[in-house]
Design a binder for this molecule. Structure first.
Ligand SMILES: [Fe+2]
Length: 383
């Protein structure tokens, strides 16, 4: 077992390692409200340690800069006023190097805390801060991909670093018998509050695909007119397709009759055997409907998880993001972490190739609004 101090150092270093291929200009832009610039991720993950830990546990802590709490608070109302999410990309100041100084300052103070006696509360908050930073590592790289995708010269983030070039290891269908299954976190160790409230569910028997849907399978849907036929789509999904002129997964483009996809290695020819990614819940659901099949519920997914090969895509489920029985929102700012988002979002299960190693769990509940597709999403069918 790694010590908390080692985990802290390693996690902080990994965030900076993800930024090594960047030029200063890459740290700034935010083309859309949902994707934040690297500079913001570097600062906000640091702010979390300063705000949630140093201010409370470090004796006579002097904050690094009086404006930073306002600038780098994401959505914590408990903590106070904050800069608009949509304006993260227009902040050219503080500079990138000031942000790295901020990281260094906070790291040095946290490391002093880690060297002393630590209460359970402090250890739990440090563990939460590490897991929070890991979530931002995933967002940093997927947000960056999104920003680079707007550039007509298709920039390469790093040669040989391609998060979406996987194929399936297994094929066929896995049969899960009817029965009562226990859902939710049960072991010792870190987990988010939204996984708590272990409870029983009854499941009818079902078969779940061992493979994730591939690009070639999704191309069949496109070629069969899937995006043009309302009958496969949920009403909201059909409006989304029409209002946004959607005709392929995110980052796909057709040039001279050939399909390409934008990747972190630039624009690449689309490979049929690669696992499909960058689809919305609406597209996942329409594809399943076109196949005459369906998406798993999050409970079916978890019941099958031990026997499935997962961790390549965040898999859309047909479960709304709702509290488990007996879920309670924690007191204070950390209570704003998950609970307040339990509305208008669908659950995704598994993990993706952008998820930091060791961060994944079979009870992990990721969630996004059904229209979003810039994360490394995918789908698995059920019959
Ligand atoms: Fe955050």
């Amino acid at each position: 077992m790694k010590s908390l101090a080692e985990k802290f150092k390693q996690t902080r270093r990994q965030t900076e390692r993800l930024c090594e291929p960047l030029e200063t200009e890459d740290y700034i832009p935010q083309p859309v409200d949902f994707a934040s610039p690297p500079k913001w991720h570097l600062s906000h993950s640091t702010w979390f340690f300063e705000e949630m830990i140093l201010k409370k546990f470090y004796k006579d802590y002097q904050i690094f800069h009086p404006d930073f709490s306002f600038l780098f608070n994401s959505y914590y109302q408990t903590v106070g006023e904050r800069a608009l999410r949509t304006e993260r990309g227009v902040m050219t100041r503080p500079t990138v190097s000031e942000v790295y100084e901020y990281r260094k300052y906070v790291d040095e103070h946290i490391e002093k805390l880690l060297a002393g006696e630590m209460s359970q509360e402090l250890q739990d908050l440090l563990t939460l801060g590490i897991n929070h930073e890991q979530q931002h590592q995933e967002l940093l790289i997927t947000d960056l991909k999104h920003t680079l995708s707007y550039n007509p010269i298709h920039p390469v983030y790093s040669e040989g670093f391609n998060l979406t070039a996987q194929t399936n290891g297994k094929t066929g269908w896995l049969k899960i018998p009817e029965g009562i299954y226990e859902i939710g976190f049960e072991r010792e160790g870190f987990h988010f509050d939204n996984e708590e409230g272990r409870h029983k569910v009854f499941l009818h028997s079902f078969e779940i695909s061992e493979a994730l849907v591939t690009n070639a399978e999704f191309l069949e849907f496109i070629e069969a007119g899937g995006y043009e036929n309302f009958k496969f789509w949920l009403d909201e999904g059909w409006s989304w397709v029409n209002e946004n002129h959607i005709s392929a997964p995110l980052y796909w483009q057709k040039k001279d009759g050939e399909w390409f996809t934008f990747t972190l290695e630039g624009l690449q020819p689309l490979k049929g055997d690669h696992i499909l990614t960058h689809i919305s819940f609406y597209e996942a659901q329409a594809f399943a409907a076109w196949k005459g099949l369906r998406l798993p519920t999050e409970f079916e997914w978890e019941a099958a998880a031990d026997q499935l090969d997962w961790g390549k895509r965040w898999e859309w489920t047909y479960s709304a993001y709702l509290p488990y029985p007996n879920f309670k929102i924690a007191e204070g700012a950390v209570g704003e972490y998950n609970g307040k988002f339990m509305i208008s979002q669908m659950v995704l299960r598994g993990a993706s190739t952008a998820t930091p190693k060791g961060h994944e769990r079979k009870t992990y509940r990721n969630f996004f609004h059904p229209k979003y597709r810039w994360q490394i999403t995918g789908l698995r069918l059920v019959k």
